[in-house]
Ligand binder design. Structure first.
Ligand code: 13P
Ligand code: SF4
Length: 359
């Protein structure tokens, strides 16, 4: 196996040989050994935009997880290839909703609620998928009048949906859906959790009719680790601490924090704070550690004392990055992510609706 220095040299050499023909995108959760080679680093919304912004590049090497690379493929030009350095870099939350289950859920909701618009022209229900989902689910939303959201625009997207529908079916992340809808004033009792093993998701017909947001049962295994006890402890140790968590955290954690927001929100809040501030952050450890080293003027620590990386993001090892870049230099595209046309067309529609919704 190659040493870190050898890998660095190989990656830099391949990037220099490729020049503007390749763009390397990196999600905030990637480890530093990968991030240092990224041409653009961002949250999942910014990376989706970035994939659109470089039509001149022949290849987009996506250092993130599978659904992000699929999104880049949907939004980039048809002659560009999107490469995921390790095809095993998935997202356990995205895997918690599959197209068959969602179709089945939808059929039951439509049977129960019909499709006729009400007097205000709003349809009974609209599907909203979190970016952290397969292209097939984005395609499902595109085909059924729905839309995609990310953690940085979930409230905007829910507003968009409520202008068009009385209810929202939100998948796969129950926490982002619940936290966002609650902040918009939707009562918790009108946000039932859909259980795919039960008839009508476990709701009574009346609960279905009364519902405003039907939540899928997915969650992020990294963010569900954060607890209110950790927040209490941080406040006990640092009375001035500012607690910021990602909205994939469970509702009591978001409620106990001072703020919640996407990875980019967290980075910007820290950059804008008075020097000497103290932050306890509830998100993935690679980002928290990077923010701490980039901002020595503050005290920044992760709420979870046990190191908790996103294990699938971590599968993008620099060795894979070196390999895919070197194959490109040799004229070969490996690990390409290619969304089939029948899914791509409606999925693109759902993504374009998101990009067009007011920021
Ligand atoms: P962001 O949209 O904040 O980048 O988050 C993506 C993600 O996977 C969080 O777990
Ligand atoms: Fe998926 Fe959670 Fe990892 Fe984000 S942090 S990519 S939601 S498993």
């Amino acid at each position: 196996t190659a040493s870190p220095e050898e890998l660095e040299e190989r990656i830099l050499r391949a990037k220099a040989a490729l020049g503007d023909r390749v763009v390397v995108l990196g999600h905030f959760y990637q480890r530093d050994e990968v991030i240092r080679f990224a041409d653009f680093v961002g949250d999942s919304f910014q990376l989706a935009r970035a994939a659109k912004d470089r039509p001149d590049a022949e290849a987009i090497v996506f250092c993130g997880v599978h659904f992000m690379a699929e999104t880049a493929d949907l939004l980039s030009g048809s002659d560009q290839s999107v490469i995921l350095p390790n095809l095993a870099a998935g997202c356990s939350m995205a895997d918690m909703a599959n197209i068959d289950q969602v179709e089945d859920c939808w059929d039951q909701l439509v049977e129960q609620l019909g499709t006729e618009p009400d007097a205000d022209g709003r349809v009974p229900v609209i599907p909203v998928t979190y970016m952290n989902s397969s292209a097939a689910l984005k395609g499902f939303c595109g085909r059924n009048g729905g839309i995609v959201c990310t953690s940085s625009n979930a409230a905007t997207v829910l507003e968009w949906a409520f202008e068009r529908a009385r209810r929202v079916l939100f998948f796969p992340d129950q926490h982002l859906g619940r936290n966002t809808a609650k902040a918009m004033g939707v009562p918790l009792e009108l946000m039932p959790l859909w259980n795919p093993r039960k008839e009508l998701g476990g709701m009574t017909e009346q609960e279905c009719v009364d519902s405003r947001v039907i939540l899928w049962h997915g969650f992020c295994s990294v963010h569900k680790r954060f607890t209110t006890a950790q927040i209490e402890q941080a406040r006990a140790e640092y009375p001035d601490v500012r607690v910021i968590v990602h909205p994939e955290c469970p509702m009591p954690v978001v409620d106990a924090a001072d703020e919640s927001g996407s990875t980019d929100y967290i980075a910007k809040a820290i950059a804008a704070a008075e020097p000497g501030s103290t932050f306890a952050i509830g998100t993935e450890i690679n980002l928290v550690q990077r923010l701490a080293s980039q901002n020595p003027q503050h005290t920044i620590f992760c709420l979870d004392p046990v190191i908790c990386p996103c294990s699938t993001m971590y599968r993008i090892h620099p060795g894979y990055l070196a390999w895919v870049l070197e194959r490109l230099v040799a004229g070969e595209v490996v690990n390409q992510i290619n969304v089939g046309n029948d899914v791509a067309e409606p999925a693109r529609l759902a993504l374009e609706r998101m990009l067009a919704a007011k920021p």
